[in-house]
Design a protein around this ligand. Structure first.
Ligand code: FES
Ligand code: FES
Length: 177
């Protein structure tokens, strides 16, 4: 739904508000992958939960829910953030890009294609976060060497150990090699 008003489902832990009443909520308008959404949410809702549980965008993954793995990485106004650590209530008027927003129809984003070309994943759980972080890494110009890419992608953990190929994929997207 575009431009609709969502009354979100109950948020986990909302009963802990203290007085047994409804948890404090706010109305937030965010543009996600070009579509404007106005949502009424519990003030404690993370951007990751807004995306996954309220908007049905499950591409962004919840690995640690604590800022340690990068699986939830998305772009807010072009800057990468850990969406599990970002309160949605503070994002009114912002533009969010998730992995679902990268392709143009059937045409993959160059970094998505590079991940396929370089075979840069195994289980794929970290991959959406790696790709979003990689997109920002390229935009930031942090791709001068494999070492620089590793440094600026270091917030994204891959438990399958695909780091060598992930770096190659970012190099391919940045430099066409
Ligand atoms: S789920 Fe957000 S950093 Fe791990
Ligand atoms: S591909 Fe499995 S965690 Fe990265």
């Amino acid at each position: 739904m575009v431009g609709g008003l969502y009354a979100g489902p109950p948020v986990r832990g909302a009963e802990a508000a203290g007085d047994g009443g409804a948890a404090p909520g706010s109305r937030v308008s965010v543009t996600v992958n070009g579509d404007r959404h106005t949502v009424t949410i519990d003030n404690r809702t993370s951007l990751l939960d807004l995306l996954r549980e309220h908007l049905g965008l499950t591409g962004s993954k919840k690995g640690c829910d604590a800022g340690a793995c990068g699986a939830c990485t998305v772009l807010v106004d072009g800057r990468r953030v850990n969406s599990c650590l970002t309160l949605a209530v503070g994002l009114d008027g912002t533009e969010v890009t998730t992995v679902e927003g990268l392709a143009r129809g059937d045409e993959l984003h160059p970094l998505q294609q590079a991940f396929i070309d370089q075979d840069a994943f195994q289980c794929g759980y970290c991959t959406p976060g790696q790709i979003m972080s990689g997109v920002a890494c390229v935009q930031e110009g942090r791709t001068g060497s494999p070492e620089e890419i590793r440094e600026w992608m270091s917030g994204n953990i891959c438990r399958c150990g695909c780091y060598v190929k992930i770096v190659r994929a970012v190099e391919q997207a940045a430099h066409g090699k």
